[in-house]
Each structure stands twice: as structure tokens, then as C-alpha cells.
Design a protein around this ligand. Structure first.
Ligand code: V47
Ligand code: SF4
Length: 366
């Protein structure tokens, strides 16, 4: 069997490399070593071996369209530069008709997914959120709708007086295909209370995803890193996700989200470094041994690091995106869209085989 590490200057990695070679699960203390080692090449090499074991030479991408239907939100998460109060000049809420018109602007372009995430707008009734999915599904029956984070789902359950399960079943009935991974942030309660005090807690986030998986909806998972969390918090977050995946096997992809501080309450913090971004990709590939895919979201880490991350554990570059407001409100300097042939070129240059996929990783043949 291929050795998990040719040489390393960090002796603490030796027993982890043995476990990786043997396909054994890494524990909390191994996770801390991965989070702290300065031997980024050895870390990357181990993650690359696991990536190859699970996904061969394929690197996936999707032709998708993001819709951020409203920036009005009852919550005041300190890391968020996107949300507004109703009275703010730049607050917006798309009517269902406007969202449909936006979606139809891309008629004729061969996209396979709508990715829909927005604020918790207290001015809109439960029916608005249902209608948005229903009308999009009526107009685009063959396009997968990945909509609403667990935080939004819990909010819809609250305003409609239903259980989370009933709410998810209703959304599924009108066309919801899967849940995006946002809202997970960091599960550690102390940190969570500081960065997003009003948000559902980590257990509630995990419960929404568990319920979704139980009724046959797949979902993604994320972790927001590079703010005030510690190495322990990051490893704990990954292990909680891995435990749920052991139970349900409903997660498709994990996406580490690099914190963008501009225009947030943490505006004084620096942007994450390339070393940190690659470390999070590699560490998540190694810890999340039961997740089929690790996504490098180029919108957040930039095309260049996303491309290199294909050799550090990532097997997915996300998509063409089109319009993205959440990270761009917080100072992202990346484009809001990327052409399909550019994603393919980045992947080929990295030595991988580009594979266009749909949301649930079926191959889309062009
Ligand atoms: O939950 C908010 C994050 C998430 C900032 O499932 C920020 O494939 C960085 O759900 N800097 C929403 N991140 C986005 C989301 C998502 C994104 C990409 C892929 C997928 C997927 C889902 O964006 C929020 C929060 O964690 N976020 N503000 C910020 N300043
Ligand atoms: Fe609202 Fe989501 Fe921003 Fe928090 S991260 S303030 S829940 S839009």
C-alpha cells in the first residue's frame, strides 16, 4: 500500500500517517495535531491520498445559480455583513415573481441547480418561503432546488407553528431537493453565543439535518473558520458532523467557509491565510472519513487556492454561481461567476479530470 507520508519534519504526524495508510479513523487528539502542524506538505499529502481513495482522479463542479432572495434578517450575527433591518435603505426582498424573473434571465443556459439562501425576514409569511420553492419548481421541474439552511428551516417551523419534520415534508412536497450546509458556523456553545447569539444552537442545527436525512433529503455541512474559534472548537465541530453522518449517511459534501471580516463586527480581524485555507481543506478530508466530498468554495478562498486545494483533499470546486451576495458583502474580491470552461481549465491544470455533476453527484453529460 502507498505510504501516507514520504517524509515529514513533524514527528507527531508519524502515527497519524500510519492510521491514514491503514484506513483507520482519526480521533480528537489527532485532529489537534493536524490543526497545529506546520508541515503543510505532509498534511496535504495524507489528505490527497484519502481524496484519491474516495474519488479517484475526478474533480467535480456544478453549473448552478445562486439566489439570495432577501437580506432582511431578525438575527444579528456578528460575522455577517449581508443582513439588514427592514428600515435600512439597502434592505431588499424579492417578490416570488421577481425571483422567478431573475431565474428566467438564465433560460437556455444549461444549469442544473438553484442554490437559495437568505435572511429570516419577519415581514414575510411562511407561505412566501413555500411559494418561492413551489413556483420555481413549477417553472423549472428538472432543476434541483437546494434551498434554505437549517437556521431558515427552524425559523419557518417556528413561524408556522409546525414541527421541523412537517415543515421539511411540506417543502419537499412543493419541490425542495436538498438543504445547503450554511448556518453551522461553529457548534461550540460559548463561541456560538458570542458570534451569533440568536441563532439555533449546534444541537438544533444537527437535528434539522438529521430530520432532513430521515425523510430522504440530502444536505451539505459547513464550518465557518478564521474568526474567534479555537483549534479544539474546529476539531469538535468536525467530529460532531462525522457522528451524525455515521447515523444517517445523508451528508453529501463538507465545505469549510473562510471568514471574511470586512463590514462585520469583527472588521479588525485579518483575512484567513492561504496556509489556513489549505489546512482546513486537508484536515476536513482526513477527519470526515465518511463524507464523500470536500468542496473548495472558490468564491470564499479564491480560484487560486481552490485550484491548489485539489491536491490537498478537495474533490469539488462548487459551481459557476452567477450572483453571490453573502461573501461579497463581507469584502470578497472574487468574481461573482466563473465560466464553465474556466473551472474546467483550472481542474485540468491541477491534473484532475473535470466532471460536471448535478447536486447529488450524478454526472451531467454535456
Ligand atoms: O451560514 C456569513 C456564511 C453561510 C460570512 O451548501 C460567511 O454548498 C464568510 O450556506 N464570511 C451561508 N462566511 C452560505 C451557505 C453556503 C455557502 C457555500 C456553499 C454552500 C453549500 C452553502 O455563509 C452562513 C455563514 O456560515 N457567512 N457571513 C462572512 N462574513
Ligand atoms: Fe441572518 Fe444568516 Fe446573516 Fe445570521 S448569518 S444575520 S441568520 S442572514
Amino acid at each position: 500500500m502507498k505510504s501516507a507520508m514520504k517524509q515529514s519534519f513533524d514527528p507527531d504526524l508519524a502515527h497519524i500517517a500510519e492510521k491514514v495508510t491503514a484506513g483507520e479513523r482519526l480521533d480528537f487528539s489527532d485532529g489537534l495535531v493536524l490543526d497545529r502542524t506546520q508541515d503543510i506538505l505532509a498534511l496535504g499529502e495524507m489528505a490527497n491520498i484519502v481524496r484519491e481513495r474516495i474519488n479517484g482522479n475526478n474533480a467535480y463542479y456544478i453549473n448552478n445559480r445562486h439566489i439570495n432572495h432577501t437580506n432582511v434578517c431578525v438575527n444579528t450575527c456578528k460575522f455577517c455583513a449581508f443582513s439588514r433591518k427592514e428600515e435600512d435603505d439597502d434592505a431588499y426582498t424579492m417578490s416570488v415573481e421577481t425571483a422567478l424573473a431573475e431565474a428566467h434571465k438564465h433560460d437556455g443556459e444549461d444549469f442544473s441547480e438553484f442554490h437559495i439562501v437568505g435572511g429570516l425576514n419577519p415581514g414575510m409569511p411562511y407561505e412566501y418561503y413555500i411559494d418561492l420553492v413551489k413556483k420555481l419548481h413549477d417553472d423549472f421541474p428538472n432543476t434541483h432546488i437546494q434551498a434554505y439552511t437549517a437556521v431558515e428551516i427552524a425559523y419557518f417551523a417556528e413561524i408556522s407553528g409546525q414541527t421541523v419534520e412537517k415543515t421539511l415534508l411540506h417543502l419537499k412536497e412543493v419541490g425542495l431537493g436538498s438543504l445547503p450546509g450554511g448556518g453551522a458556523e461553529i457548534f461550540n456553545e460559548k463561541v456560538r453565543k458570542k458570534i451569533c447569539p440568536e441563532k439555533i444552537d449546534g444541537n438544533a442545527w444537527l437535528d434539522v439535518h438529521k430530520t432532513a436525512h430521515e425523510i430522504g433529503l440530502n444536505s451539505n455541512a459547513t464550518m465557518l473558520y478564521g474568526h474567534i474559534e479555537s483549534a479544539e472548537d474546529r476539531v469538535d465541530h468536525l467530529i460532531k458532523l462525522r457522528n451524525l453522518q455515521d447515523q444517517t449517511n445523508g451528508f453529501l459534501t463538507f465545505i469549510p467557509l473562510a471568514f471574511h471580516p470586512k463590514n462585520t463586527k469583527y472588521g479588525d480581524l485579518p483575512r484567513t491565510s492561504g496556509q489556513m485555507d489549505l489546512r482546513m481543506i486537508a484536515m476536513s478530508r482526513l477527519m470526515l472519513d465518511n463524507f464523500p466530498h470536500i468542496k473548495a468554495f472558490w468564491i470564499m478562498i479564491g480560484e487560486k487556492i481552490a485550484q491548489v486545494s485539489l491536491s490537498f483533499g478537495a474533490d469539488d470546486m462548487d459551481g459557476t454561481v452567477m450572483e453571490e451576495k453573502i461573501t461579497h458583502s463581507a469584502g470578497a474580491e472574487t468574481n461573482e461567476m466563473i465560466a464553465k470552461n474556466r473551472i474546467e481549465r483550472l481542474i485540468i491544470e491541477a491534473g484532475r479530470t473535470p466532471v460536471e455533476r448535478d447536486t447529488i453527484y450524478n454526472v451531467v453529460s454535456s
